[in-house]
Design a binder for this molecule. Structure first.
Ligand code: FAD
Length: 505
């Protein structure tokens, strides 16, 4: 959609970014009667939210009540503190995370009322209760449903519209300067506020260099368009950015499949999606597990235990280039290999071991597990099998003899545990894998009204931040909290904008 030269340039609310948090903010504000313009730099909506698995973790939900699970946000906050490294948890903004967790269940109700369906709740220890709700069929459903509601409510969406600058008057943010494909640059005014919802900076090497260190600069973000524009805009307006060095990853992940994975082709809107959602409680768990497995082999990372058990990491030249078991050195080293790619070499012993529980190649914890055969079937593009190492090399364009040298070197290396050298077939080469940041965890400091705060802790008038832009120092480790935050913060920002616009308390 284009704005067109004749179209209005003043709105109540301008939202920067059409992922989960931006769409939630836009729908919430438009539902309260505000005029809303949503600007998205890409030709289509979605952002990282649109490529996610779609899990939404929350406590005290209707889904839990229906399953006789008694739960509450206080327990949830205590459990959330058990995920991830303690030194990262030590930097959490506890008051803000508790506030968020206290509002996540309402957001799930809101999404259900808008027409979304969820599977679960599923367990994810150390959460003491099952809290993970998975949207059906995948995260694209959030985008499709919110988009159609926004349009129905009279909101305007303009794609290929990149916000370059915030406009200000005195200390207040008054609007944006946006570059629209085919139309040039325009200045637009937001009477009530601008909402920053532009996602993270996982693929902005300058920001990664600056905040995390130059050794991580060559690591890519899974979402190549996650370039930190919202953080830059917030900083220019005087925001305080916090926890900017914390990242989810780098992690090894398989490169994406050449074509859309099957689950992405499932209907995420319209009657077909509704039918799929309503039928879900009738679908046996093993069918759901198969469905989720498809998604599981799309982006997931190979388990670290593979390296503890003897998987050898080689580059495109078939050379070992690091100690496989040392992270993040391993991830940093991969990013400087040819094409930033590597492969995991599995001998027959490992192929057998990783063919059944409890040894899996990848997992969405407690939901589904993918073994060697799942990769052979569902991701033949990253699974090469051969009777001899030379078979693998010829299929993957690796120089002849290099894999044999890598195996010999591995077994003579002092730093790897000694085990019997296996020469039986089959050999399996998994990859390419790359080293990726899944998300970055830094964001603008905000208050409970989602208003951006400056370095003295005062709200910057007219400026709101949601999703990854407004993380405010929260640590959202584990599955499902990022999307829960994106959609909760967006919903709450819309309510706050409406409250301020109408002067209600
Ligand atoms: C593979 C993968 C799987 C994941 N799975 C889950 C999961 O199951 N559960 C979970 O909780 N989290 C998950 N996450 C994390 C989660 O998806 C994200 O943290 C969250 O969706 C971010 O939402 P957002 O609205 O802040 O950003 P986004 O969804 O990225 O939206 C930002 C939007 O802003 C646009 N934009 C950027 N700059 C500009 C600009 N200058 N002008 C206009 N538009 C702009 C972008 O193009 C984008 O569309 C996953 C992440 C990845 C990579």
């Amino acid at each position: 959609m284009k704005l067109g030269p004749g179209m209005q340039d003043t709105w109540d609310v301008i939202v920067v970014g059409g992922g989960g948090s931006g769409l939630a903010a836009a729908v919430s504000a438009a539902s309260a009667g505000l005029s809303v313009l949503l600007l998205e730099k890409r030709p289509e909506l979605g952002g990282t939210t649109g490529i996610a698995v779609g899990s939404f973790t929350a406590s005290g939900t209707e889904y839990q009540r229906r399953a006789d699970i008694s739960d509450n946000p206080d327990d949830h906050e205590a459990d959330a503190a058990l995920f991830g490294p303690p030194e990262v948890q030590a930097r959490n903004n506890a008051a803000m995370r508790r506030y968020f967790l206290g509002h996540a269940a309402e957001t799930l109700d809101w999404l259900r009322d808008l027409g979304l369906n969820f599977h679960g709740p599923s367990p994810e220890p150390p959460n003491r209760a099952p809290r993970m709700h998975n949207v059906v069929p995948n995260a694209k459903a959030y985008i499709a449903v919110l988009q159609s509601h926004l349009l129905r409510l009279g909101g305007e969406i303009v794609c290929e519209a990149t916000v370059k600058r915030l406009t200000t008057f005195d200390a207040a943010v008054t609007g944006v300067e946006v570059e629209i494909a085919g139309e040039g640059t325009r200045e637009l005014i937001a009477r009530s506020g601008v909402v920053l919802a532009a996602g993270d900076y996982a693929n902005n090497s300058q920001m990664i260099n600056r905040y995390k260190g130059p050794q991580f600069g060559a690591v890519e973000g899974i979402n190549p368009y996650a370039t930190g524009d919202g953080h830059r805009l917030a900083e220019q307006a005087g925001a305080e950015l916090v926890n900017m060095d914390i990242t989810y990853g780098p992690e090894l992940r398989f490169v994406p499949p050449p074509r859309q994975p099957f689950s992405q082709l499932l209907p995420s809107r319209g009657t077909a999606a509704k039918v799929l959602g309503k039928c879900l409680p009738l679908v046996p768990d093993w069918v759901l597990s198969k469905l989720i497995k498809r998604l599981l082999v799309t982006w997931q990372h190979p388990e670290n235990s593979l390296f503890d058990d003897g998987a050898i990491l080689v580059n495109q030249r078939g050379e070992r280039f690091c100690d496989e078991r040392r992270s993040p050195e391993r991830e940093i080293a991969i990013a400087s290999q040819p094409d930033k790619k590597a492969y995991l070499l599995l001998d027959a012993r490992l192929v057998d071991r990783y063919s059944r529980w409890p040894h899996f190649i990848s997992t969405a914890p407690e939901i589904a597990y993918a073994y060697v055969d799942d990769y052979r079937r569902l991701r033949p593009d990253v699974t090469t099998t051969g009777d001899k190492l030379s078979d693998l090399a010829s299929q993957r364009d690796i120089p002849m003899g290099a894999l044999e040298r890598a195996v010999s070197e591995y077994h003579s290396s002092e730093s790897v545990p000694k085990r019997t050298r296996e020469e039986k077939s089959p050999w399996v080469l998994l990859g390419p894998v790359k080293s990726y940041f899944t998300t970055t965890e830094g964001g603008a400091k905000i208050n409970q009204q989602m208003q951006v705060l400056n370095s003295t802790g005062q709200p910057i008038p007219g400026l709101f931040a949601v999703g990854q832009n407004g993380l405010s120092g929260m640590v959202l480790w584990g599955h499902g909290l990022h999307i829960a935050w994106a959609l909760t913060s967006g919903r709450l920002a819309g309510l706050e904008l409406a409250r301020q616009a109408t002067g209600s308390t």
